[in-house]
Design a protein around this ligand. Sequence first.
Ligand SMILES: *Cc1c(COP(=O)(O)O)cnc(C)c1O
Length: 360
Amino acid sequence: MKGIWNFSAGPAVLPRSVLREAAAEMENYRGWGMSVMEMSHRSEAFGEIIGQAEQDLRALMHIPQNYHVLFLQGGATGQFAAVPMNFMKNRRADYIITGFWSERAYTQAQRYGDVRVVATSADRDHSYIPDCTDLPISRQADYVYICENDTAHGTQFFHLPETKGKPLVADLSSCLLSAPVETEKYAMLFAGTQKNAGIAGLTIAVVREDMMENGGLPETPGTMQYQNIAKNRSMFQTPPTYPIYICGKVLQWIRRQGGLEEMKRQNRKKAALLYDYLDESRLFHPLVEPPYRSMVNVTFTTGVPQTNTQLASLAEKEGFIGLKGHRAVGGLRASLYNAMPYEGVERLVDLLHRFEKSSV
Ligand SMILES: *Cc1c(COP(=O)(O)O)cnc(C)c1O
């Protein structure tokens, strides 16, 4: 098999060992005589899989006892509607817009109430994170919303906003498990697992108990009502069993690697290698201002769309996949999730360097 380096933003690269284990267990999972895909979600074997996954997530993220872990369908996009439906008691919320994904969440939330933008980076093409130390938070806001790492623009919050006592809700889809997290600072966080935690079809939500006590807006469907899902231990409907199984393997892999501190150390080192090159390059330049650069989604450009396309197609020929920028942003993007080895980034820098030399 020809080796490839997969820099896609998601679905994305998985640890090789996770794929090998899944392949070995495909037809006969640990002597149960069938695949995980064929098992009842209420079986003893699957009960252990989902229980262990929750336990490993709790251990890695230091999730306090008064938080529920929910395994959901519907993607992160589903949460863009589920969040207001569950939390908008006063039908008021404050959103911080830092790119494509918070914009999308904001658009969905507007269907359920009076939603205000309390900060935005739109004035400079979302190339930075606005100062969030003294925001005009509404007195009646039910929550304050951020997308912590904008996968499309390549920005990341390294300091959480000051929410003046209001609950913080955050989309962590692309940065979940990439570094340690202070879970107790969030009222709720969620992430689709196809970026850094597994495969498509599963969304993880971590919700503080008091946030779901009132059950949400009356029109909230049972499949999206956090209180209902928590009460049913993520089995109100059939949960996405195979994605939970794969996510469980990724969590085990991270624990064996040394946990989130170790993930952060590796991710920092990979990101530094690429950003250092881009900062010195005369052909490429990063799209994001230095203090706000994502550790996992590196966005850059030559400034010339045609040259970007040339690079992306040369890269593909050499086995580098997924370097085209997000359709809403353009340019180029390399996603350096946990499962991307340092060597992959070294090879990428070598490719960019050769391209640069040949084009000047
Ligand atoms: C990918 C992504 C989403 C959308 O996920 P879906 O599973 O397609 O709904 C939302 N937010 C962020 C930050 C993402 O990276």
